[in-house]
Design a protein around this ligand. Sequence first.
Ligand SMILES: [Zn+2]
Length: 282
Amino acid sequence: MRKLKIMALYAHPADPVTDCGGTLALHAANGDDVVIVAITHGARLHPNMFSEEWRKANPDKARMGASREEVIKVKHDELLRAAEILGVKRVIFLGEDDNKVTVEPELVHRIAQIIAEEQPDILLTDYPFDQTHTECHSLMTTMIFAALNEVGMYLENLDGKGQYHVKQIFMTKLPTTARGAFWSIQPRNDVYIDITPVIGLKKKAMNCFKSQAYNGDFANKFLESHDGDRGRSAGVNFAEAFVRKGNETHALLPLTDYALGFDNLTSHRSYSTVCVRDLPEE
Ligand SMILES: [Zn+2]
């Protein structure tokens, strides 16, 4: 099979790691061309390293006095280190402020430009209905889908370039179970990737995000609960979950090796063989 071009296009620097970092590592190891695009600098959403300093009796002056550029650079460098650990060689930072309140046409055009230039086969992004439609990830996905429409309607005569269509979109952040009224009409994750072979890499990558306290105990808890919950749905220790946007066409009915090999009687034991806390921290 030909190598794929995969783009993880997300609102904030940590999203591509928490949502699909294991999947990106597996595809990078497979020789696929993987690129991460962080649309905003993400300095506002999880400002723990700086906000917590302001609460201390004797705060670190340098940290309190860090400039906008310095705060943003911390976030930037964390994602670069995480990507390197995952084997992802390219990260594109659009550097937008993460204070979006509505769809911004100029940002839609910027995202469209990146998609047109990169021409990914597969796009990974957030499900566009995360709890409420004004939630920051949903808002960004709204802009991403608007950008995909734009790229799909480029016309040489008007734009100097032709239309491009991503082959498939895999969407993340959908819970495995319903959480509240917005999920009463429930879509479901329909693709699970077994990330057990790379769960140690994902742990190391999450440990990079110290500015937002995603490292250490949080990383361990997140991977055991969040990715472990998805693993339980997938019949493996750890998994990442996706909703495909497009239907799939097969020549014959598909049945995966995982489905063929699944043993209902022993799955609860095989599910529990890897413990994240036993894996190296760095
Ligand atoms: Zn995010």
